[in-house]
Design a protein around this ligand. Structure first.
Ligand code: NAP
Length: 291
């Protein structure tokens, strides 16, 4: 069994990005600039956005954090989005989700200029992804593809079972795995809470991408020998031995499943760091497109 080390792999990609930024600037290009919009003070969102800003600094990008009040109206937020769309120095930006309940997330996503949508959530970019056209891929599915690629894992003709159909992970991951492209060319089954024969499907899977958000849901008896397991789940569970008071748990029961797997991602240290670096990749792509 080989651990798919997202921490190490993402660091390699970060180093490559940092080198590319130096070359880009040397050639007279601009320093890539990512802006992040944070609405309110949701603990997890603040942590994620701060990490994104720190990541930018580490690879030599410029970053801007736009902090907005929890009570901002939808109209005011759309105006902020419009400002970022028009700001020529900003190459790409993200609006950290979730947004407060009084704001229509889809409306905000649709307002982002697709050319600056480095989260890859705009329908135009999702459509381009489905058609195998150059675009910003959503960060988590892109991180999964990069991990499979960097470990040279064969995906062609394999049966890939994706558990969970969210717009940010499961659905795009299923599209990418089915594209006529490496990594991809898999025969994909996209499953969700209405799937009635999940156990049967999992037992047949060569590759499992688990993104349902239920800790330890997939156990050793549910998978076959040699399976490749990508565990996207990150649920906070109470752990009094940790300073934070919690630990992160994946959707896969690591102990049992790792005994049968050929490759498996740990949680933490698997898909999470790959997701973070994917946003940097998209921002670099946005900056390069202006050269
Ligand atoms: P989500 O929006 O919470 O949706 C969960 C999906 O799982 C839904 O499609 C749901 O089906 C399906 N599901 C729920 N119970 C199921 C069951 N018993 N059998 C089969 N499918 C089931 O998903 P998400 O936002 O993608 O998040 C999933 C997990 O990934 C969470 O733990 C999240 O924290 C984590 N995550 C991690 C990263 C990372 O970078 N590591 C990034 C994003 C998310 P229905 O559609 O039928 O409701």
């Amino acid at each position: 069994m080989i651990i798919l080390d997202g921490k190490k792999t993402s660091q390699e990609i970060r180093n490559e990005i940092a080198e590319e930024v130096k070359t880009l600037v040397k050639k007279g290009g601009k320093t890539p600039h990512l802006a992040a919009v944070l609405v309110g003070n949701n603990g997890a969102s603040v942590t994620y956005v701060n990490a994104k800003v720190k990541d930018c600094e580490e690879v030599g990008f410029k970053s801007t954090l736009v902090k907005l009040s929890e009570t901002i109206s939808e109209k005011e937020l759309l105006e902020e989005v419009d400002k970022l769309n028009k700001d020529e120095d900003v190459d790409g930006f993200i609006v950290q989700l979730p947004l407060p309940k009084h704001i229509d997330e889809q409306k905000v996503i649709m307002a982002i200029d697709p050319a600056k949508d480095v989260d890859g959530f705009h329908p135009q970019n999702l459509g381009r992804m489905a058609l195998n056209l150059p675009t910003y891929l959503p960060a988590t599915p892109m991180g999964i593809m990069d991990l499979l690629d960097r470990y040279n894992i064969e995906t062609g003709g394999k049966h890939c079972v994706v558990v969970g159909r969210s717009h940010i992970v499961g659905l795009p991951a299923s599209i990418l795995m089915g594209r006529n492209h490496y990594p991809g060319n898999a025969t994909v089954t996209l499953t969700h809470s209405r799937t009635t024969n999940l156990k049967e499907l999992l037992k047949d899977a060569d590759i499992i991408i688990a993104a349902l958000g239920k800790p330890d849901f997939i156990t050793g008896d549910m998978v076959k020998d040699g399976v490749v397991v990508i565990d996207v789940g990150t649920t906070r569970v109470v752990d009094k031995t940790k300073k934070s008071g919690y630990k992160l748990k994946g959707d896969v029961e690591f102990e049992g499943v790792s005994k049968k797997a050929s490759y498996i991602t740990p949680v933490p240290g698997g898909v999470g760091p790959m997701t973070r670096v994917s946003l940097l990749k998209n921002t670099l792509m946005a900056a390069r497109s202006k050269m």
